[in-house]
Each structure stands twice: as C-alpha cells, then as structure tokens.
Design a protein around this ligand. Structure first.
Ligand code: AMP
Ligand code: MG
Length: 427
C-alpha cells in the first residue's frame, strides 16, 4: 500500500455543504435548446416559460352526469322541471328557458342561463306528455359546475423555465394545445471506470476470475443513474492503465462532452493515471469530504481542443467519484445529481428531508456526517441495514432511503432522524 502523502493527509476535511456549493459554482447551465414533442419531454427541463394562450377549462362545464338548471327555479326538493335539451361532452347547448332543465353529461358545456347541476342520482325521470324530471334536492348555485379558467387563466405562466417536466406537466402542457416543447439540451457525459482489478461481467466467468479481480459494478449503476438524469451517455468502459491511453481518452472525450465522470482512483496516495492526466490537460481539485460513505471526490476541468469549435470556449467538466460502490452511488446522488440538474438549468436542487423515528440504535458516532442506508417499516419508523460498509452494495439495494446523520452523533431507538427518500433521489 502506498502511504498517504503528508500534505494531503493533513488537508482538512471539506463539509458536504461546502463541497456542493463549490461544485455548483462551476455548473453553468447549458445553452443548447432542443425542440421535442410533448410526448418525449418527460424528465426534460423547460428552456422557456410556458404562457397559456387560453383558459382551461375553456368554458363552464358540468362535473357530473345529471341536469343543468337555474338554482333559483328549484327552491324546495320535489319540484318537476321539463327537460328541453340534451348536451353531451363536445357539444354546445341552447340557452336554457327559465323553469326548464337540460340533460347534461360530464364535461359538457353549461347552457347559457344555467348555474347549477343536479346529479342524476338525485333525480327521478317523469314520463307522460312532457319529458320531465323530479329534482329531489334543492341545488346551490354553482353546484357541480367547473368554472371556466379554474385550472389555468389566459396569460398565466403555467410552467416556468428551469422546471423539470413530470408526466403531469406533460398533460398540463398538452391541455394548452402545445404539441412541442423547447427543452435544455441533454448533458453529454463520458463515463470511465478505473482500476486494474476490474473485469466486465460477460468477459470472464465467475469460476475463472483471477485472485484480486472483481467485476465492474459501478459502471452499471452510474450509467443507469446518468440516463435517469436525462444525460446522453458515452460509456468508454475501463480506461487502460497507461498514461498515453488515458490522456488520449480524456482529450477525445473533452471535445465532445460536457462532463467526464470517472469512478475509482481518487483516494489519497493512490497511484493512477487519471489524476496526473487531468492535471496535465486542465486542472484538478482533490477533496476529502467529511461524509461517510464517500470521502474522496475530485472536481476538475479538461481543456478542449481548439478545433472543437464554439464549445472550446468552456472547458469540459471532470468529476472523479470514489471507487467503493456505495461511496460512488451516494456521492453521485448527493453531488453529481444536483450538478447535472444545474447544468440543465434547474435552480432549486435542495433535497426534501422528512423527520422519522429511528427504530435502530447507532452507538458509535462517526466524526463525519453519515448517510445510513435505511428502510421505512410498517410501524412508521426506520430500520437500519446491518452492514453499513461502503463496499456493501446490498445495502443500497435493500434501502429505500438515507438517514442524514450529523457527524459525532449517536442515535438511540426512537430518536427523530432526517430521512431522504431514494425515490426522490432517483427521480
Ligand atoms: P479506489 O477508489 O480506486 O481506491 O477503489 C476503492 C475500492 O472500490 C476498491 O476496493 C476497488 O476495487 C473498488 N472499486 C473501484 N472501482 C470499482 C468498480 N467500477 N466496480 C466495483 N468496485 C470498484
Ligand atoms: Mg482504484
């Protein structure tokens, strides 16, 4: 084992909050805009405000199947009104004569003059020489009527620039008549793994693995996480452990990507080719973050070739994640995720934590802020995965959230703790 270099060893730990502020200060939003169909816009970030050219709903309409009438015509239950018209959704009725009503269906526009709907369950049809209906409840004005513009008013900013589109927002954009949306370009990310011990699943069967060899697991979850974050991923595999190959790979990647993301090789004292290569081609800051898992972390830049055109003005970002799988996973979620959101123009990247009771104990406090892999239980508390080692990927699969436990803090059964849902982080 290489012993840590004294200067790096003594470097004070950086708080996660400071690391995040530094990292985000480098994340200038990408300027590229793409027009996509509203169908394809899920998860993308709006490049412009969406201003409504119409009101939604466009007119007053019924929210029930029943009878549209003037509330003032039925002052007591039991009155009979003549049914003079039938209005289905998609059809406009005639103005309603006083003392009459209209058969109406959900979503159909209210006829002029009507101000309330009585649902059909509160009526009895009357036959005979007039077609009438017995109204069994006295309606309130406005009852079962959806008001024009109650969802969206004309001219309103319905979705703002920088908002990440959800399935519901696609529906809302469609309700305004928008078939296409302007969204921020996808971040182009080159992904590398480093480490001579790494073997790709499929290349060598388990029984033939050499001593010391392990399968490359980080590559799989990092690639999937990047896709979830809306990135275009160039998976460049395992970087050969050779200086020239590393330099060449970084140079080519920098010309065509917004970010180069690597895992492994950022621990203190490690001898690898990524660090000197990034330093030679740009700049690199190695941080020791006061968090567990995930202490080592690197941010840097790689200059682009002058031939790379307009993009050459800004260097390509470089982020080096720790190699331990859980460290890599957690630092991606807490640092790379907000960085990628900011690149796409999302302003607010703060996490929503909720307070839940610990149904576990943590007797030994760590100096660093810990992100414990936990799971909600049926009793409304949190269970702790028994092995919190940064190499145990099982913990990340088992967990449905992380407890954000401040440094130097033990936890007693029942203590309120801060819980961050993994489904929020993976959305
Ligand atoms: P490093 O950060 O390179 O010192 O690696 C720390 C630990 O993570 C070592 O045990 C590595 O074998 C392991 N590791 C590094 N990269 C990967 C990877 N891509 N997949 C699985 N384990 C890894
Ligand atoms: Mg390594």
């Amino acid at each position: 084992m290489t012993s840590p270099q004294p200067s790096q060893h003594r470097a004070p730990l950086k708080s996660l909050d400071d690391a995040l502020v530094s990292l985000l200060s480098h994340a200038r939003p990408l300027t590229g805009v793409e027009t996509v169909t509203t169908f394809e816009a899920d998860g993308r970030v709006l490049a412009h405000d969406l201003v409504s050219a119409l009101q939604v709903p466009p007119n007053d309409n019924s929210s029930m199947d029943g009878y549209a009438l003037r509330a003032a015509d039925v002052t007591a239950p039991g009155q009979v009104l003549a049914v003079t018209q039938r209005i289905a959704a998609g059809h406009a009725g005639e103005p309603l004569e006083p003392g009459t009503c209209a058969r109406i269906f959900t979503g159909a526009p209210m006829p002029a003059g009507a101000d309330a709907v009585v649902m059909q369950e509160d009526t009895i049809e009357v036959g005979g020489n007039i077609h009438g209906v017995h109204i069994q409840t006295a309606p309130r004005p406005g009852q079962w009527v959806r008001r024009a513009g109650e969802d969206v008013t004309r001219g309103a900013v319905v979705l703002a620039k920088g908002e990440r589109l959800s399935p519901a927002s696609l529906g809302l954009a469609a309700s305004l008549g928008l078939a296409h949306l302007g969204v921020v370009a996808r971040p182009r990310v080159a992904l590398f793994s480093t480490g001579d011990e790494l073997v790709m699943p499929g290349d060598v069967p388990p029984e033939a693995m050499k001593p010391g060899a392990i399968y490359n697991s980080n590559r799989f979850f990092l690639r999937a996480l990047l896709h979830r974050m809306g990135c275009e991923v160039s998976d460049l595999g395992i970087v050969p452990d050779k200086r020239d190959a590393t330099l060449a790979a970084l140079k080519t990647a920098a010309d065509h990507h917004d970010l180069i993301l690597t895992s492994g090789g950022v621990s203190v004292g490690e001898e690898d080719h990524i660090k000197p290569a990034v330093q030679q081609l740009g700049s690199l800051d190695l941080w020791q973050i006061a968090m567990k898992p995930g202490k080592p972390f690197a941010y840097g830049t790689v200059k682009r070739d002058a031939g790379a055109g307009v993009a050459a003005a800004a260097p390509c970002h470089f982020i080096g994640l720790p190699g331990n799988p859980v460290s890599s996973f957690v630092t991606f979620l807490l640092l790379v995720r907000p960085f990628l959101l900011r690149l796409q123009g999302v302003e607010s990247t703060a996490l929503k934590a909720i307070t839940l009771p610990a149904h576990f104990t943590l007797d030994k406090a760590d100096k660093r802020r810990e992100f414990l892999r936990v799971r909600r239980n049926a009793a409304g508390g949190l269970d702790l995965f028994p092995n919190q080692s940064s190499g145990v990927l099982t913990s990340a699969v088992w967990a449905d959230g992380l407890v954000d436990n401040p440094g130097g803090t033990t936890v007693a059964h029942g203590d309120p703790v801060s819980f961050i849902s993994l489904s929020d982080l993976l959305a």
